[in-house]
Write a protein that binds this ligand. Structure first.
Ligand code: ZN
Length: 317
């Protein structure tokens, strides 16, 4: 069976303050809040999804903003850096915009590409890279023009407690190709045009600690429900222990922990975020699965109010 994932479907992380989370990912980064729902296992906590206009696979970062939760430590067994791809020529725009918001940025290079690295308001490591690949954004917010806006994920840097095992699950199970090794990093590529470049530091890393400002899991794309079931068989046949298929309302999911300690999910492209509200109204209303609807008033009363708002970067010092 030669299944190959197209790349990252979504990345899910922990935060604390929901309004600060919305301000950073919508207000500063200009992503669209495509879904406002709750943690199905803890309905007092939001589950917020940010992505491109449609919430396309390969563009979605999701958060559980848990007020008062403890701060995590980024380390082995986690996605260490989440990379976003922007159009060629957009990095200087972003350097100025982020600096205008008082966000410290650092330039670095891997595999001949320039990266602009920074942290979100919780300390989650992010970076921007310019690439031709991926369609330009159709969502414009906060004064970010389409030819500068984030297109989706460029990929991720996976911090592994066993880089050999992580590289092996990526190549042997998920079907990525090893395309380079340089300066302490191994680079792998999936077949999609975004969310497709994965770098793994060759050196094994010490375990991180989960909590606010860390990634909980990374999900890989399955193109449909039929392929998803084949993925489950393949993952189990490769010696991992996938969960049963779970209906996540906007995609079906299976989860398994790979040998380097990172929680992997495989998620279906369908049905997508227009499953329970129209494409132009995405993210406006708190969406609840049917079994929570009878308790909507109580659930909403327990959540801090949030709003998507335009933020203006200040002048550079
Ligand atoms: Zn997930």
């Amino acid at each position: 069976m030669s299944l190959q994932t197209a790349g990252i479907h979504h990345i899910t992380a922990f935060a604390r303050n929901p309004q600060e989370n919305v301000d950073f990912y919508a207000g500063v980064l200009g992503l669209r809040l495509v879904k406002k729902t709750i943690n199905f296992d803890a309905p007092e906590v939001y589950h917020l999804y940010f992505g491109d206009k449609a919430g396309s696979p390969g563009t979605i970062i999701t958060f559980f903003p848990w007020p008062g939760s403890r701060k995590g430590e980024i380390g082995g067994g986690q996605v260490g850096i989440t990379a976003y791809v922007v159009p060629v020529g957009a990095l200087s725009f972003w350097e100025e915009r982020l600096s205008g918001f008082g966000i410290a940025v650092k330039q670095t290079e891997r595999f001949g590409e320039k990266y602009l690295q920074f942290d979100d308001n919780e300390g989650l490591h992010l970076e921007l890279v310019e690439r031709e690949s991926g369609a330009n954004s159709e969502w414009s917010f906060g004064g970010i023009p389409a030819d500068k806006a984030i297109k989706g994920f460029g990929g991720a840097v996976l911090f592994s407690t066993s880089s050999a095992r992580t590289v092996s699950v990526l190549t042997d199970v998920l079907g990525l190709k090893k395309v380079g090794e340089e300066a302490g990093y191994i680079r792998l590529q999936a077949e999609g045009d975004i969310g497709n470049i994965i770098d793994v530091p060759a050196k094994n890393m010490d375990w991180g600690v989960g909590g606010a400002g860390t990634v909980h899991h990374i999900a890989w794309r399955a193109k449909d429900f039929e392929e998803h079931v084949q993925w489950q068989t393949k993952v189990a046949g490769s010696g991992y222990q996938p969960t049963p298929v779970i209906d996540r309302q906007y995609f079906n999911a299976i989860y398994f922990r790979e040998g380097g300690g990172i929680l992997f999910e495989i998620a279906t492209d369908p049905p997508g975020f227009a499953n329970d509200e129209t494409a132009d109204q995405l993210g406006q209303k708190i969406m609840l699965p049917s079994w929570f609807e009878p308790n909507r008033a109580k659930i909403e009363a327990n959540l801090l109010p949030i709003e998507v708002r335009e933020l203006t970067p200040g002048k550079r010092e």
